[in-house]
Design a protein around this ligand. Structure first.
Ligand code: AMP
Length: 129
């Protein structure tokens, strides 16, 4: 069972921003920038291009809606989207509020307090429809 499946099942806490029957979105705990969000399919799959086409398109559609909510909640130039998956073998889309190229590099990290994480998660959740 992946760490993200444990999060989806509530066995590990997360700062949830959105959820439906098939997908779950929550804040990245080691964010490149404030509002950095991960979107995951609830069905555990390792690699994104091993998803069936319907699940892949569903993930993109859900990520689109989450990105719109982040854009409203977090001042930034644009939302960047990245898929890596070298650390956690459970498909996840990174949605990252970008202010500069450095925010897209995964080298620069932002330290946030529990209150700051909670506040930004609430703000994104409020704007998700
Ligand atoms: P990657 O698999 O390389 O795309 O990176 C996995 C991402 O998951 C990293 O950005 C981590 O900070 C993030 N991550 C790992 N564990 C957790 C967790 N428990 N809650 C939130 N994000 C996590």
């Amino acid at each position: 069972m992946s760490i993200f499946t444990k999060i989806i099942q509530g066995k590990i806490p997360s700062y949830k921003v959105a959820e439906n029957d098939d997908f779950y979105a929550f804040l990245d705990i080691n964010p490149n920038a404030k509002g950095h969000t991960l979107v995951v399919p609830k069905k555990e799959e390792n690699k994104i291009f091993d998803l069936d086409e319907k699940s892949y398109l569903g993930l993109m559609q859900f990520s689109y809606k989450v990105a719109k909510a982040i854009e409203k909640a977090v001042p930034c130039e644009r939302i960047g989207m990245t898929v890596i998956g070298l650390e956690v073998p459970h498909v996840h889309v990174h949605l990252i509020p970008l202010h500069s190229m450095a925010d897209a590099t995964f080298g620069k990290k932002e330290k946030l307090s529990d209150d700051e994480f909670q506040e930004i998660a609430n703000e994104i959740a409020k704007n998700f429809s």
